[in-house]
Unconditional design. Structure first.
Length: 434
């Protein structure tokens, strides 16, 4: 258990801790939550805080925000670790909270990684949250709907914190350099700050730790520590870290990955995957591209491709780097070896053009639902043929508007499961022509 004010001396703190803002005005990012006129900001400014769960990836300000809330509401602040604390620690803290309450002071209990608390530990908070003995602020990187007991979740408000943008990370780094007296002799290119921001994956703590390490590893020459792209590469001991997520190489590599999978070349696909991941690319970005590929280049040819890609995305979310690299490798190889078809991609493109061209065309009357008597009088639903009433569950009813009645969009290939899909379409056509 740790109080907000049991702080180590500033000189011993890592840069990430030194840079924790103390007031909302110095807080970077999360404008939707703490920006001007946001509900949470108003709650803080009016000292009307209720229990909450802060859900978001590492290094986006969950702990910092909790401490700011405590400071700006003049509340006692205690921090519990879900890894080391037990029910006994919670009970001891509740006694302190009751004492504070008797002296008209609110108590904020901050639980980092609250998803690691078991059911008994989470249940231990319930009566004290209900009575207002404590204001519970839990932080989690996991979806609280799955990881926090429903009873406790129903008594808290969930706020979703987003990964910080490159610009926000760069702003944090520049502020660290400007306000820390010991860095007055540091000269660093803006390009280097962009690189450090890029490899942090939206994590301010990682970015600040990286900056601190680079500065410490840079030799003092003529009273200055000069950091350029070459010295940054040396400090990070890898050229791959000088990968610009917004630059041309980013798009070249994802293009090469996509086209290697399309060409059924798992070796090349794995190589480009590794190039991206080892350079610090966001693995969730890669996972999203695989989901797109599964439908764009495989589709019905292998109906399990999309399932595999979505599962890979979930695995990346749960594991993070570096553990998720093999999850992505599995998906990349699976997609590379799957039968290929772009029939869905082409079909949607054609349907999209017709949809835009005929945007004012009305849905045929027989496909509309007759909700009111007026609808029935106007002929809504008249002539509709209910497929389940027919032996083969197929009718010769036209579903497209009159202007498009003979149009076809989806033409399956002979690849994989699409061969069977083509046979099904042919069989449906024969039934409709009976």
């Amino acid at each position: 258990m740790e109080s907000l004010f049991d702080e180590d001396k500033e000189i011993y703190k890592p840069l990430a801790d030194k840079m924790r803002p103390l007031v909302l005005d110095d807080f970077f990012g999360q404008e939707d939550i703490v920006g001007e006129n946001s509900p949470l900001r108003q709650m803080i400014e009016t000292d009307n805080i209720s229990s909450m769960i802060l859900w978001g990836p590492p290094g986006v300000g969950k702990t910092t925000l909790a401490k700011i809330i405590a400071r700006q509401t003049n509340s006692a602040f205690y921090e519990l670790s879900a890894v080391t604390s037990g029910v006994k620690d919670i009970k001891e803290l509740i006694e302190l909270a009751r004492y504070n309450k008797s002296n008209n002071q609110k108590t904020i209990v901050f639980v980092d990684e609250i998803h690691r608390f078991n059911k008994a530990q989470q249940d231990a908070f319930l009566p004290f949250v209900e009575r207002g003995d404590i204001i519970l602020i839990g932080a989690t990187t996991e979806n609280p709907s799955f990881e926090v007991n429903s009873a406790l979740l129903s008594r808290t408000k969930v706020y979703v914190l987003k990964s910080l943008t490159m610009e926000q990370i760069e702003g944090i780094l520049k502020r660290a350099l400007s306000i820390n007296y010991e860095y007055r002799n540091v000269i660093i290119d803006d390009e280097c700050l962009t690189v450090i921001a890029g490899i942090s994956n939206g994590d301010a703590r990682t970015a600040l730790n990286t900056l601190e390490n680079v500065i410490n590893l840079t030799s003092l020459k003529r009273g200055k520590r000069k950091i350029d792209k070459a010295s940054l590469e040396k400090s990070l001991q890898s050229k791959t870290f000088l990968y610009d997520k917004k630059g041309e190489e980013h798009y070249n590599l994802i293009s090469a990955l996509h086209k290697s999978m399309r060409n059924s070349d798992p070796d090349a696909a794995l190589y480009y995957l590794a190039r991206m991941l080892e350079a610090g690319e966001d693995p969730l970005y890669v996972a999203r591209r695989l989901i797109r590929f599964a439908s764009e280049d495989i589709g019905i040819a292998n109906v399990n491709a999309l399932t595999q890609a979505v599962s890979a995305y979930q695995a990346v979310h749960f594991n993070g780097m570096p553990e998720c690299n093999v999850n992505l490798a599995q998906a990349v190889v699976y997609l590379s070896l799957s039968p290929k078809s772009n029939s869905l991609y082409v079909a949607y493109g054609k349907a999209k053009k017709d949809a835009i061209r005929t945007a004012n065309v009305k849905v045929p009357l027989h496909l509309r639902n007759a909700v009111t008597k007026l609808d029935s009088d106007l002929g809504y639903g008249e002539g509709y043929m209910y497929a389940h009433d027919y032996q083969d569950k197929v009718t010769n009813m036209t579903c497209l508007p009159e202007e498009l009645k003979d149009q076809h969009y989806y033409f399956p290939t002979n690849m994989g499961n699409e061969k069977k899909a083509r046979e099904v379409l042919n069989a449906i056509a024969k039934l409709k022509n009976k």
